[in-house]
Design a protein around this ligand. Structure first.
Ligand code: UD1
Length: 363
């Protein structure tokens, strides 16, 4: 009998992580029956449907439709809906990815029903508990049976927290599996040209962390600094719904500043990768973008004090910056003296295969 595996995806960054796993698990050699469960945490066409299309994923088998809410509301709604689905269908394994509310809530529901849980992208720690994702990471790892890690720092974090070594499997980064999958398609697109940008001569900006966008004063300062310091380079800014809400409510920029900033709605994955891979550098507060830019060897300035992905700083192209240090880092890029990065071990497009092989032996 095939093993019934439920793969959970809730929010935008989850879709890229689940897609290569689903594709791999479908191969007949593993004798798995994979099912996609979409919690509905992200529901807009631009935050969800476009990703299913770009990543060539089928419609989810089960949709929980939880939508937005406070952290407790969203977590509780996923738990209640997921408990019902798991009780009814009794999968052999629940696979959760990343660190969003849907990840933690689904893992909790399964663990209490004694359904084994695998966490992909386990062990990452920012050590900043004011980030909701850090709480989600700690809880999910503490109750998961299989911990699939992307890098050695993650293994060390888990061991320090008392996790038994035989639960930890370093497999690499599933996000890079997806990136490699869509890169040929993304390279063929002309999104940057349609925005009147030239290859290697513009800046890509993404911002959605509560700490950067929820307070209008802080967001305003960030946007003003970037539009000023980017100098000759135009800035393209795909705006996340959370950020858009604040920008719509408050006037952020003068006309002159706004002219240097091209705001577009949030983009599908292929279009986004087209913009990243042709940019001169990226300014972001996203987790996944730190990884994608490191793989693509595009300089990345991350507007955060900490990162749960330190390997992107030590081996990749990532540099943590504050609003005050942004201009000096941009100056380095202008002079061509920025960090160049090197390939990161196991970030090679085969992480999903390693996970499937391990699960074949374990289940
Ligand atoms: C969530 C994740 C974060 C991830 C990010 C990527 C948590 C705690 N946070 O943050 O780790 O990096 O997704 O996008 O799980 N909204 C829409 N349409 C949508 C989805 C959301 O308009 O399809 C609006 C919601 O109404 C809400 C805001 O965007 O006001 C934030 O959505 P939410 O899922 O709560 O958190 P994110 O900030 O997106």
């Amino acid at each position: 009998m095939n093993k019934k595996i439920y793969l959970v995806a809730g929010a935008r960054p989850n879709f890229m992580k689940v897609a290569p796993l689903f594709r791999e698990f479908q191969k007949s050699k593993y004798r798995f029956s994979p099912y996609l469960v979409h919690t509905g945490q992200h529901y807009d066409v631009s935050m969800s449907d476009l990703f299913f299309r770009d990543l060539k994923m089928p419609k989810p088998h089960i949709h929980l439709g939880v939508g937005s809410g406070t952290h407790a509301e969203q977590t509780a709604r996923v738990m209640v809906a997921m408990e019902g689905v798991l009780k009814k269908n009794q999968p052999d394994l629940l696979v959760v990815v990343g660190d969003v509310n849907s990840t933690m809530a689904s893992a909790l529901a399964a663990a209490k029903l004694l359904i084994p849980v695998a966490h992909v992208e386990a062990g990452l720690r920012s050590r900043d508990r004011s980030m909701p994702e850090e709480i989600n990471r700690l809880v999910t790892d503490a109750i998961s049976d299989y911990l699939f890690t992307p890098s050695p720092d993650a293994d060390i974090n888990l061991i320090k927290e008392g996790c038994p070594k035989n639960r930890i499997f370093r497999v690499g980064n599933v996000m890079i599996d997806s990136l490699k999958f869509i890169l040929p398609l993304a390279r063929k697109k002309d999104v940057f040209k349609r925005l009147s940008l030239r290859k290697g001569a513009y800046v890509l900006l993404t911002l959605h962390r509560p700490v950067n966008v929820d307070h209008p004063k802080i967001l305003k300062r960030i946007l003003k600094t970037i539009s000023k310091t980017a100098g000759e380079w135009p800035v393209v800014f795909p705006v996340h719904p959370r950020t858009k809400k604040i920008m719509d409510e408050h006037k952020m920029l003068s006309q002159g500043e706004a002219r240097r900033l091209t705001c577009v709605g949030s983009l599908g994955y292929v279009d986004f990768v087209n913009l990243v891979s042709n940019s001169r550098f990226v300014v972001t507060d996203s987790g996944g973008v730190q990884e994608e830019t490191s793989f693509l060897r595009i300089p990345c300035l991350t507007l955060r004090n900490t990162t749960e992905r330190p390997i992107t700083v030590t081996e990749g192209t990532n540099t943590l910056v504050g609003v005050a240090t942004l201009s000096s880092e941009i100056e380095k890029i202008r002079k061509g003296t920025e960090k160049k990065g090197k390939p990161i071990k196991l970030w090679d497009g085969n992480a999903s295969r390693r996970i499937a092989e391990i699960l074949t032996k374990q289940l």
